[in-house]
Design a protein around this ligand. Structure first.
Ligand code: HEC
Ligand code: HEC
Ligand code: HEC
Ligand code: HEC
Ligand code: HEC
Length: 159
């Protein structure tokens, strides 16, 4: 990915399998963390292994070419190479845990993912966007939250 691309809102690469959040997370209401298991437990939310898809697609829609491709990848034992969308530069430290465990909704940063047929980058990856919320986070937090703000000192995000 080129340097300008990673900051561009709207970046939406074509994925190897036409997986739809609108269908799975919207219509079917599968919880985000069924697939993004890392969000409350580790720095990265993570993208699910094909195994997670096969929980359903061993039987569901086996006649679909996309599902046959998915099954072939699963049977090969190789990982599915999803294209990464949100990427911060290496010199920036971000951790999902304090944000998600603090009660900030995924959608506050990532937009209405459950309506997206193809995921696109909703969030600006600029420092000013992080700091804008860190200075005054109350709108992003639950009303009864004891947290007021995020850190503004340089080494919180540059370690
Ligand atoms: C059934 C599994 C599944 C569910 C449920 C799911 N996702 Fe995803 N998510 C994926 C997969 C697979 C990808 C990678 C392919 C893509 O980008 O569409 C992905 C990609 C993403 C990305 C982009 C990752 C990147 O590379 O930057 C975000 C953000 C995201 N999901 C957020 C959410 C949110 C928020 C929800 C709940 C509203 C959700 N997802 C529900 C499977 C899931
Ligand atoms: C405070 C803003 C914020 C919130 C809230 C947030 N994310 Fe993210 N997310 C980011 C940023 C920034 C990145 C890029 C991180 C990087 O490059 O290291 C990212 C990356 C991702 C990725 C790509 C893989 C990874 O883990 O780096 C997925 C998937 C994802 N987020 C899913 C979610 C889900 C699901 C939720 C809610 C449970 C969520 N995010 C909440 C800001 C946020
Ligand atoms: C909880 C069950 C479940 C999980 C988990 C799940 N899916 Fe699905 N998926 C479905 C159902 C149900 C449909 C819609 C079937 C229909 O159209 O009637 C579907 C449809 C699809 C389709 C469209 C197939 C077509 O040709 O119409 C694709 C592609 C797909 N899923 C990929 C994935 C991928 C990739 C994952 C893992 C990241 C995944 N699914 C996880 C249940 C699931
Ligand atoms: C929508 C609001 C919001 C956005 C956007 C946001 N943050 Fe935060 N962030 C917070 C809040 C609130 C906290 C404090 C959480 C706490 O005190 O438990 C925090 C805490 C942190 C921490 C401290 C983690 C720790 O372990 O001490 C880091 C690092 C961080 N954010 C980095 C970032 C980066 C980098 C970005 C931009 C890519 C970003 N944040 C965007 C609200 C946000
Ligand atoms: C809340 C997180 C956060 C804090 C706090 C923060 N930064 Fe950043 N910084 C970022 C992010 C995200 C980027 C990458 C995006 C960009 O360049 O806007 C960045 C990029 C930079 C860059 C590189 C700009 C470029 O053109 O490549 C410099 C230099 C920098 N920060 C210095 C600082 C200094 C000095 C401080 C303290 C006064 C600071 N940062 C505090 C998140 C943060």
């Amino acid at each position: 990915m080129t340097q300008p691309d990673r900051f561009v809102r709207g970046y939406a690469p074509q994925q190897p399998i036409p997986y739809s959040h609108r269908l799975h997370a919207g219509t079917m209401k599968i919880p985000c963390q069924y697939c993004h298991v890392g969000a409350t437990k580790s720095r990265h939310a993570g993208v699910p292994a094909v195994e997670t898809c096969m929980n359903c697609h061993r039987v569901t829609k086996k006649d679909s070419p996309a599902i046959q491709k998915l099954t072939a990848i699963y049977d090969s034992g190789r990982p599915l190479e999803w294209k990464r969308i949100h990427v911060l530069p290496d010199h920036v430290y971000f951790d999902h845990r304090p944000h998600v465990n603090g009660g900030i909704a995924c959608q506050t940063c990532h937009g209405e993912i459950q309506t997206m047929e193809v995921v696109y980058q909703h969030m600006s990856m600029r420092m000013g966007n992080c700091l804008g919320c860190h200075r005054d986070a109350h709108e992003a937090l639950p009303a009864d939250s004891k947290i007021k703000r995020g850190p503004e000192h340089c080494n919180a995000c540059h370690r």
